[in-house]
Design a protein around this ligand. Structure first.
Ligand code: SF4
Length: 519
């Protein structure tokens, strides 16, 4: 394996490693626009020029493979002069409209200008080449042609990853510009990814632009729950509101990308139907209730049931699922799993899965059966054998049909619904317990390939809602179970100690990139 020295620091790397990759491993940032680890090398922006000993000319770090004994300087006077010159060229026709540009705060032109340039423009504004601004090129994407630096990241993504070829570079010289191919719009299922990788404000998200300045937002690493793939995401939020998901690189799951359905699913997690208070039925209507008194009443009522059932969906976390099992055990109740996807749900052979449940594999690995047991539970209710039920994150009325389920729910003497939203099933409940979405709790999902991945609480649940694991642990404790976990991490440890698929795992082992299920 060759050893290269970069800015005086040696590193041994595999054959074929480029200088920009070797520097990255040393924590040395070589500025770049067109290079992206998920795309082919274009080498057009020239921002990554570096000084290589014995080479008469500067070389681009993105397309230069290291040789044994190579000596590289990323901060020589020649390199600094080149970086300034490249930035001056890139900015010649740039409109410098940073105050009204939504990329401000995460724009590589702004950042590199401050880090490597800081010279006054020699071009007066009226002399700049003008191009079109705010051109909608797809449902999710807005194009500003005069901010574009022609790095070709967007066109390479559309050519190489989605192979849909909607954008191309037209014209030449300083009139070159990104344009739609004739008859096309950027409306493929991964269109939002070109906004993620555009290094400047030329492509912005029609869903997010002008909704928040990015420097006001906080970022939390988590996982998208819109389908069984479990794409790794960064959740951007402020004061209890989530503004956007961006993909987080994970070569085992989603590389550098995510689909638009997952990206937009953030809005469905904070709609007007969210439950914000405990509700207990008094006569015909619901009335707000206290957590402690309600949990006391619920546990007492469930304990006195003739026979109870617990239903948990594949939208619950592994921790919630484990505690639902403990709840069923404490009540000697039937435990049924359920998962649901819309009839028109589709998937593809890239990231999108037709299974829109994020934790179906976790449910299965915990030994919770679905259809057969659920049918048996519903039959038991119909025969009057089961008189009480706890339903967790499962809108049975919507998923199985009102005609089939509503009469059965009406037959129950006691129904507890634990959910995030005032779903149709909740209308039949005696008690509704509000819980947080997967953005509002710590926990884990297991994706379709059996990879256990961490969810980190980004925001607190609204109103009086609590994390699901906490509500279930409080109920289980009231039913006399011992060693009830007092945190999501402790719940996962208890699960790992009792279920072979999670054996040996803890939150540290799962880490930022997830871990395969044991065995
Ligand atoms: Fe690069 Fe953005 Fe221009 Fe596409 S629109 S070529 S990603 S700067």
């Amino acid at each position: 394996m060759p050893t290269v020295e970069i800015d005086g620091r040696p590193i041994e790397v595999e054959n074929g490693t480029t200088v920009i990759e070797a520097a990255d491993r040393l924590g040395i940032e070589i500025p770049h626009y067109c290079w992206h680890p998920g795309l082919s090398i274009s080498g057009n922006c020239r921002m990554c020029l570096v000084d290589i000993e014995k080479s008469p000319k500067l070389q681009i770090a993105c397309n230069t493979r290291v040789n044994d004994g190579m000596v590289v300087r990323t901060d020589s006077e020649r390199t600094k002069t080149a970086q300034k010159a490249v930035l001056e060229f890139l900015l010649i026709n740039h409109p410098i409209d940073c105050p009204v540009c939504d990329q401000a705060g995460e724009c590589k032109l702004q950042e590199y200008y401050m880090d490597y340039d800081r010279q006054r423009s020699r071009i007066e504004l009226p002399d700049k080449v003008r191009k079109k601004k705010a051109v909608p090129v797809g449902p999710l994407v807005m194009l500003d042609q005069e901010r574009c630096i022609l790095c070709a990241r967007c066109t390479r993504f559309l050519d190489e990853v989605t192979q849909t070829h909607e954008l191309a570079i037209h014209q030449r010289g300083d009139h070159a510009e990104i344009r739609l191919a004739p008859g096309k719009t950027v409306d493929n299922p991964y269109a939002g990814s070109i906004v993620d990788i555009c290094p400047v404000g030329a492509l912005t998200s029609r869903d997010f632009r002008f909704r928040a300045r990015v420097w006001y937002l906080q970022k939390t690493d988590s996982v998208c729950g819109a389908c069984a793939n479990g794409c790794n995401v960064e959740v951007y939020h402020r004061e209890g509101q989530v503004y956007r998901f961006l993909p987080r690189a994970n070569p085992e799951v989603n590389e550098y990308w995510m689909c638009d359905a997952g990206r937009l699913s953030v809005h469905g997690l904070q709609g007007e139907a969210r439950l914000t208070m405990v509700l207990a039925r008094a006569a015909e209507a619901f009335a707000p209730a206290e957590w402690d008194a309600t949990l006391d009443a619920v546990s007492a009522r469930l304990r006195s049931a003739r026979a109870a059932a617990v239903v948990v969906s594949a939208r619950a976390t592994n921790e919630e699922t484990y505690l639902a099992s403990r709840l069923a055990r404490a009540l000697s109740a039937r435990l049924a799993g359920v998962s649901w996807s819309p009839a028109d749900a589709t998937g593809d052979d890239f990231l999108l899965k037709a299974d829109k449940n994020p934790n179906g594999m976790g449910l299965a690995q915990q030994g919770i059966e679905q259809t057969g047991v659920l049918d048996a539970v519903l039959a038991g209710i119909e025969r009057g054998e089961i008189d009480a039920a706890v339903v967790l994150r499962s809108d049975l009325v919507q998923w199985l049909g009102r005609e089939r389920v509503a009469p059965l729910l009406e037959r129950l003497d006691y129904l507890v619904v634990i959910d995030t939203d005032g779903c149709e099933t909740a209308q039949y409940a005696n008690v509704v317990l509000p819980i947080g979405t997967y953005l509002e709790t710590d926990g884990t999902f297991m994706n379709h390939a059996g990879r256990v991945q961490r969810l980190r609480q980004a925001i607190v649940p609204p109103g009086e809602a609590r994390p699901g694991w906490q509500v279930l642990a409080d109920l289980v404790g009231r039913l006399g179970e011992e060693d009830v976990p007092s945190s999501a991490a402790a719940t996962f440890a208890a699960l790992a100690g009792s279920c072979a698929a999670f054996e040996g795992l803890d939150y540290d082992a799962v880490g930022a990139q997830g871990a395969p299920a044991a065995g």
